[in-house]
Design a protein around this ligand. Structure first.
Ligand SMILES: Cc1ncc(COP(=O)(O)O)c(C=O)c1O
Length: 438
């Protein structure tokens, strides 16, 4: 589904040779394909077209403002979880009226900022947060002269198991997210009877059950449960106008278990089509995961015990997923030569003459690996490797740990490449500290 392909013995992003990009912009380098971002957004929009959903791309996944702008131009709204993410959306020219704001710990300043920008909806995660939102909305002068209130959804925890890594499971009772389904009806009822309802319209339900979900059943279970809640609320005379079904559709990490958007739509559209609800979706990884690769240069080769290490110039500080979740990212040379040119990028493809290695970074942690027990063609100092499927939760989770500056990011469109974030510098590392002392 993506536009990273090998041709003539080397890797291309659309029509740009990745080796040329590395020569021009240096490494480590995040390379994104604009065509892939558009294609994945379009796949979702087409699959769910019957519901005419508001698609709110999840900013946390890959939050570069140039990527947000591209998606806004495709018609996307945004799922945000902080004041900083709202700031990014605004800087990208995104419409705050198409932003849904989740997150369990919104501060007063963040809420005021979002109220001031008239966002589409606050996805409220607790009773206290709802009370606080109502207080701040009243302070901000809502309802205003036109009768406008702030809009809120209650994030409900449907207690379903999405069968993904426990760190990205969010819809089970023992997680910190949302309000238990059994309490939700009471929250709606008591809020509707409170003064807060003058300033905030609580008329929507939100769920987000987890990430990298490779089956439709958890969604079907969760949506079926919340539709039961919606029916009960309506029977009690409460208006419910929207349902935000969250994100979570898996990206294809070469593990052969990701579903296409059509499979999710085939299960969910019939459930939702006649519910009389505006449907909101918050995809992230599905759109961005395979839209980016991380390009790195081999620094050293060395043996240790029974391992062969390929030491590269990036690692857990720039792509933490392998260290954090044990995630798989396919890794292959940028210029493998004709003998090792993959036909797909398939993990299972077998090449004679490959060597078993661990690809590791320069950070002083043993968890600093990008891939262990990988069969790679023989590589040498200076060779370039591509770490695939790095577009989601890659740069967005990068840090300056060990005082390595952050990588640069480029966006490719056809044969053109545009720098969308310059490489970090040593001065970037210490500027806030210098300014603190000024
Ligand atoms: C509230 C919310 N919506 C959407 C997403 C995006 O999830 P994904 O990238 O799996 O689609 C997340 C991710 O954690 C989230 O917390």
């Amino acid at each position: 589904m993506d536009l990273f392909k090998y041709r003539g013995g080397q890797l291309y992003c659309e029509d740009a040779a990745v080796a040329d990009l590395a020569a021009r912009f240096g490494t480590p380098l995040y390379v994104y394909s604009a065509g892939t971002l558009r294609r994945h957004y379009g796949r979702l929009a087409a699959a769910f077209a019957a519901l005419r959903p508001l698609i709110c791309y999840s900013v946390k996944v890959c939050s570069n403002i140039h990527i947000l702008r591209l998606l806004a131009e495709e018609g996307s709204g945004f799922d945000i979880v902080s004041g900083g993410e709202l700031y990014r959306v605004l800087a990208a020219g995104g419409d705050p009226g198409r932003c849904c704001y989740a997150g369990v710990g919104k501060t007063d300043d963040e809420i005021r900022f979002a109220l001031n920008k008239c966002i589409r909806m606050f996805n409220v995660e607790s009773e206290q947060e709802l009370e606080n939102l109502a207080r701040l909305a009243a302070e901000a002068g809502l309802p205003d002269a036109a009768g406008r209130r702030a809009c809120a959804a209650l994030r409900v925890n449907p207690d379903v198991d999405p069968k993904t890594h426990r760190y990205i499971t969010t819809g089970k009772k023992e997680t910190k997210f949302g309000v238990d389904l059994e309490r939700a009806e009471r929250v709606f009822r008591s809020f509707a009877a409170s003064d807060g309802a003058r300033s905030v319209g609580l008329q929507a339900v939100h769920i987000h059950i987890g990430s990298q979900i490779t089956a439709v059943e958890p969604y079907v279970q969760a949506v079926t449960k919340v539709l039961g809640l919606v029916r009960a609320l309506r029977a009690a005379g409460l208006a419910v106008t929207a349902l935000d079904i969250g994100g979570g559709f898996a990206a294809d990490y070469e593990t052969g278990d990701a579903l296409d958007a059509d499979a999710f739509a085939a299960a969910l559209v019939p459930l939702l089509a006649d519910a009389g609800l505006e449907i909101i979706m918050e995809p992230g990884r599905f759109i961005a995961g395979n839209s980016g690769v991380l390009v790195t240069q081999v620094q050293y080769l060395k043996a240790g015990g029974d391992r062969q290490f390929v030491i590269v110039d990036t690692g857990m500080h720039h792509l933490v997923r392998p260290a954090l979740y044990g995630s798989y990212h396919h890794i292959w040379p940028v210029r493998p030569g004709p003998q090792y040119e993959p036909h797909g990028r398939l993990r299972g493809e077998v090449f004679p003459g490959t060597v078993l290695v661990d690809v590791v970074g320069p950070v002083c942690e043993s968890a600093d690996f990008l891939g262990c027990d990988r069969r790679l063609p023989p590589v040498r100092r200076g060779d370039l490797l591509a770490v695939f499927s790095a577009g989601a939760y890659g740069m967005a989770m990068a840090s300056e740990y060990n005082s390595f500056p952050r990588p640069a990011e480029v966006l490719v469109e056809g044969a053109e490449a545009r720098l969308i974030r310059r490489r970090g510098t040593y001065e970037d590392l210490i500027a806030p500290e210098r300014q603190a002392g000024a």
